[in-house]
Design a protein around this ligand. Structure first.
Ligand SMILES: [Zn+2]
Length: 280
């Protein structure tokens, strides 16, 4: 049986971000939704073909923000999502139009998208000048939260994600590796100053807070820095400070897609497949 929400994260990191959501409402037709278009059309359409998903069948595309690792420049030359609505904050629409997204397809994540997609909620997140957008998808008895490129987790943001079963959250950098890196000071300040990215500690703290008021069953860490982070560093931190949650935690990578994650299923059905798949 198809759970209410399935998600496959195709890629996550500064070289490109994209995920496929497969939604199966109890009383309505199934829907395919994408989160971010940070892969090239060739790679993303190739991944959809592997999943037997026709781009024409994508109902909605959630765009967190218009940086090129979330909105690849290639979509200006090829737009196969003829039936998709593109849901993003109004403040991002101009930048998205400049990147080639058809203006007629865009919906305001805080406005008209709610009529067509009442199960999708959005929240503004601090990230550079234009900000980013977090999303929450509630489908029947299951809920999934998505937060990447977040300078800091405010109380409002934490409250927005209370009650989700699955939390996909950025865990960009290790504090020590960031401080010791050869990056220029202005860049370190941009990343760590509250309008850049979440550190591993901040992501862990947020997950623990949300878990304390929810029944978090799945956590996926997103957007790890290649230079200032590693799976081992993250795993060591979680094993030391949240051993009970570490078992439910997975790390998305830049080059391998994670298996489908089933949300709203019994624990043993957490992954629908055992293999991690290279789609490139
Ligand atoms: Zn990014």
């Amino acid at each position: 049986m198809h759970p209410p929400i399935r998600i496959r994260i195709l890629a996550s990191g500064s070289q490109g971000n994209a995920a496929i959501l497969s939604l199966r409402p109890r009383d309505a037709a199934p829907a395919h939704v994408l989160i971010d278009l940070g892969l090239s059309p060739r790679k993303l359409c190739g991944a959809l073909a592997v999943e037997n998903i026709n781009p024409h069948d994508i109902a909605a595309i959630l765009v967190t923000h218009a940086d090129s690792d979330h909105l690849h420049g290639g979509w200006a030359r090829r737009w196969p999502f003829e039936n998709a609505k593109v849901i993003a904050r109004k403040a991002h629409h101009n930048a998205m139009a400049n990147a080639g997204i058809p203006a007629t397809r865009m919906l305001d994540a805080h406005g008209d998208s709610k009529t067509l997609f009442p199960y999708i909620q959005a929240i503004a997140l601090p990230h550079d000048q234009a900000g980013s957008t977090g999303f929450r998808i509630d489908m029947d008895d299951a809920a999934l939260g998505w937060a990447t490129d977040v300078g800091r987790m405010s109380n409002d943001t934490l409250a927005f994600f209370i009650g989700v079963d699955a939390l996909c959250i950025e865990s960009n950098y290790d504090l020590q590796l960031q401080r010791r890196s050869s990056r220029p000071d202005f860049l370190k300040q941009r990343i760590m100053g509250g309008y850049g990215h979440l550190s591993n500690e901040e992501a862990l703290k947020a997950a623990l807070h949300i878990h304390s008021q929810s029944a978090l069953r799945h956590i996926v860490l997103l957007h790890l820095s290649a230079q200032c982070n590693s799976h081992d560093v993250v795993r060591t931190l979680w094993n030391a400070h949240a051993p009970q949650l570490a078992q439910e935690m997975h790390v998305a990578t830049q080059s391998l897609s994670l298996p489908w994650l089933c949300v709203g299923q019994p624990r043993q059905c957490r992954w629908s497949e055992s293999l991690f798949v290279a789609y490139q």
